[in-house]
Design a protein around this ligand. Structure first.
Ligand code: YSA
Length: 348
């Protein structure tokens, strides 16, 4: 092993232009059966007095080769990294891919119409929990366990005894427990009923609940409010119709319908129709009592007994079906882009 070997190895190392090539050079000189390793192995065959000088010479060559290998390896790794970074770089000057614009779901559009109407009338707009307890969904609303109204509202029960709210009316209770009269609120949100679906019934749908409580509130206020909503939805000549009905949490109770003027009536031969929107009534005194009981249990003053108020609840799906000509309520929630895609782009 001579200085020539060293020069030859260092030259081969410097010329290696890939990490694989460098590895081959390394194996050739300092690998298990490489030149240097073999020379070191042969030391034992030399006469003892020559061994030391020879060993030192081989080791010096080995150190020179190792140093060259280390330096070349780091250079090649840096070059490889630079090349990879250059090839994977993101060109931020390229134009972006156009994303299709989303749109508001038709139910949200109707909710927004309704919310605007009620905000103009000074109502607070609130939401509440979809998982309810039996007391707020039924008992406090004057619907005891044995009451036939519970059969009317088939319920999704949870394993822990709670339920998916069957209507937004439990928010009447929650809001009154937390706030003193006078108050005006509308509640938006999803409700759930365990029932067969058809073109006008879904197991999950939406409601808008209204509640007004104060002194001397009357049925006339309720009728005026619903009429104002109808005008906001369908213009100044909108008509409303009330029919007596029964809800355990109202006394008296009514159902209301709004006349929908078909904008294409002249062509289609159908001038319009009564749209059964929801139920309403004067808040039952038992509801105020239940609220005061809950307030008292929380250490709050009883402030509702003796007050008067009205409430109503309606389904925005019915309004949206007519407004957008959607024949089946299930289209709203089937996520079919052919339906929802028609609502893309505009925000109104
Ligand atoms: C009544 C009086 C009040 O003082 C306050 C609220 C109410 C409404 C009551 N909580 C209620 O839920 N009545 S309701 O069962 O008749 O439903 C109200 C509206 O929800 C219906 O008029 C209808 O528009 C809609 N609805 C009911 N079941 C539905 C549905 N929409 C779609 N799918 C269903 N399965």
């Amino acid at each position: 092993m001579t200085e020539n070997h060293q020069e030859e190895a260092v030259a081969a190392i410097t010329q290696a232009d890939t990490l694989d090539g460098l590895q081959a050079v390394k194996t050739r000189y300092v690998g298990k059966s490489g030149l240097v390793t073999r020379e070191l192995g042969a030391l034992g065959k030399l006469p003892p007095k020559e061994r030391k000088a020879r060993g030192a010479q081989i080791n010096a060559v080995r150190q020179a080769i190792d140093a060259a290998l280390t330096e070349r390896e780091s250079t090649l790794k840096r070059t490889a990294l630079d090349a990879r970074l250059a090839s994977e770089a993101i060109d931020v000057t390229l134009p972006g891919l156009p994303l299709p614009a989303g749109g508001l779901h038709p139910i949200n559009r109707v909710y927004d119409d309704l919310t605007r109407i009620y905000e103009r009338l000074g109502y607070a707009v609130i939401e509440g929990p979809e998982v309810e307890d039996e007391h707020h969904n039924f008992e406090a609303l004057n619907v005891p366990w044995y009451h036939p109204a519970r059969d009317l509202q088939d319920t999704f029960w949870l394993e822990d005894g709670r339920l998916l709210r069957t209507h937004t009316s439990p928010m009447q209770i929650r809001y009154m427990v937390d706030h003193e009269p006078a108050l005006k609120i509308v509640v938006r949100g999803k409700v759930y009923r365990y029932e067969a679906t058809d073109a006008t019934h879904e197991a999950m749908f939406h409601q808008l609940e209204g509640l007004v409580v104060g002194d001397g509130i009357s049925m006339a206020d309720l009728k005026g409010t619903i009429a104002e909503m109808a005008r906001g939805l369908y213009g100044p000549s909108a008509k409303v119709r009330f029919q007596p009905s029964y809800y355990p949490f109202t006394e008296p109770g009514a159902d209301f319908a709004v006349w929908w003027d078909n904008p294409r009536g002249a062509v289609s031969g159908q001038p319009g129709k009564w749209l059964e929107l929801g139920g309403c009534g004067m808040v039952h005194p038992n509801v105020f009592k239940a609220v005061d009981d809950l307030r008292e249990a929380e250490g709050k003053p009883r402030v509702y007994e003796g007050k008067t108020g009205f409430a109503f609840g309606l389904g925005p799906e019915r309004i949206a079906m007519l407004k957008y000509g959607i024949p089946d309520i299930r289209y709203f929630y089937a996520n079919d882009p052919r339906v929802l895609g028609q609502f893309r782009g505009e925000l109104g």
